[in-house]
Design a protein around this ligand. Structure first.
Ligand SMILES: [Mg+2]
Length: 365
């Protein structure tokens, strides 16, 4: 609309469903597949790509509501377009899967703009580091000890010095096994690795304090969602009682959510596929910095590499096994992973990723 860049001429989405090797679970949910909803924006002979991990319902939001808002807008005009998408979704609710849909469009838009400007996206976002630390993540409650050892070996092979497993099994009813599995992680990871756990909100506040005391004794440094992240008072209580860091934020959709969490965590998690894309992620990271807090990117490692490289208060990016497994099946041009870090592509316009022709076999919509 400002007339500086070319108009966006096409907005398309697709759905890809990747079965997990076997059913997986954390403390409060189980699943057997991961769904990626992709968005492509076209302008000036270039195509921008973004995606979110969501439901096919997010593709419906893109098709039915967002596409008409975005089409014909100036391809450089991301901030105005983001606000227009948000306003258009007022009656649908602007969080949850609606914000996941907006997030995918936003990331495609940044990629498109960078390609039009012939710049690596990390440069456009304001790169301040050449590599982005990762931590190994997975350790599902459904894994056998041998399977956990195998995952730890994968994380070691890419140089991870911090590793995270799921606890809070069956809504906090298997605490003895939870703690035994932390012992298994230590056994296979070694004494130098930073141990991290994620209860996915599976404990009550009292349980989380008692489990957390045991985790402190085991040398765990990160206790994620010890209670539901909706329970900010509970998070604050657990945080005050423990030595390890308390982390949350993977469901934050906007700055109001971020503001509510900041007083209750030691490190804010943010997910660009859920919090408004790169636009929302950078805003959330800035808000965390105002409280002298670091941010850690939740999942979607390939999408986070470029934006995580653009914030000074970064702790790390989650190298989540389900996504690390499927992203090479979905796209070509992934950022390299080596030495415990992601290396954003600085030689290719945009983020350098494009849908693989072979991904068609997982396309479900
Ligand atoms: Mg989590």
């Amino acid at each position: 609309m400002s007339g500086i860049g070319p108009p966006i001429t096409a907005v398309t989405s697709a759905v890809y469903t990747f079965p997990t090797p076997e059913p997986e679970a954390d403390g409060t949910l189980q699943w057997d597949a991961t769904t990626a909803v992709t968005v492509m924006l076209k302008a000036g002979g270039h195509t921008g790509l973004g995606w979110t991990y969501s439901s096919s319902a997010a593709a419906t939001v893109i098709h039915d509501t967002l596409a008409d808002v975005v089409r014909d807008r100036d391809a450089y005009d991301i901030t105005r377009g983001w606000a227009a998408m948000h306003r258009a979704c007022r009656n649908l609710g602007t969080k949850g899967l609606v914000m996941q849909a907006i997030s995918a469009v936003d990331m495609a838009w940044w990629d498109l703009k960078a390609r039009l400007l012939n710049l690596p996206i990390s440069a456009l976002l304001g790169q301040c580091r050449s590599e982005v630390p990762i931590y190994g993540s997975g350790g599902f409650t459904t894994l056998s000890e041998a399977q956990l050892e195998e995952q730890v070996g994968w994380w070691q092979s890419v140089g991870c010095t911090a590793m995270k497993i799921k606890i809070g099994q069956a809504w906090g009813t298997r605490i003895t096994r939870d703690l035994a599995r932390v012992g298994e992680l230590r056994k296979y990871a070694g004494d130098e690795v930073h141990l991290m756990v994620d209860a996915n909100g599976g404990y009550s506040t009292g349980q989380a304090r008692r489990v957390g005391a045991a985790l402190d004794d085991l040398g765990v440094v990160w206790f994620e969602e010890p209670v539901s992240s909706d329970d900010t008072a509970g998070l604050a209580t657990v945080r005050t009682a423990l030595r390890c860091d308390v982390a949350a934020g993977e469901y934050a959709a906007d700055l109001y959510d971020v503001r509510a969490l900041l007083p209750t965590v030691d490190c804010l998690q943010l997910d660009a596929t859920r919090c408004g894309g790169y636009t929302g992620w950078l805003r959330g990271a800035a808000l965390a910095q105002s409280q002298n807090l670091q941010v850690s990117a939740h999942c979607a490692p390939s999408l986070h590499a470029c934006v995580a490289a653009a914030v000074p208060n970064l702790r790390h990016v989650e190298w989540f096994v389900d996504h690390a497994r499927l992203e090479p099946l979905l796209v070509d041009g992934l950022p390299q992973v080596r030495g415990g870090a992601l290396h954003p592509d600085t030689s290719t316009p945009g983020h350098g990723m494009s849908i693989r022709p072979e991904a068609e076999q997982w396309c479900t919509g």
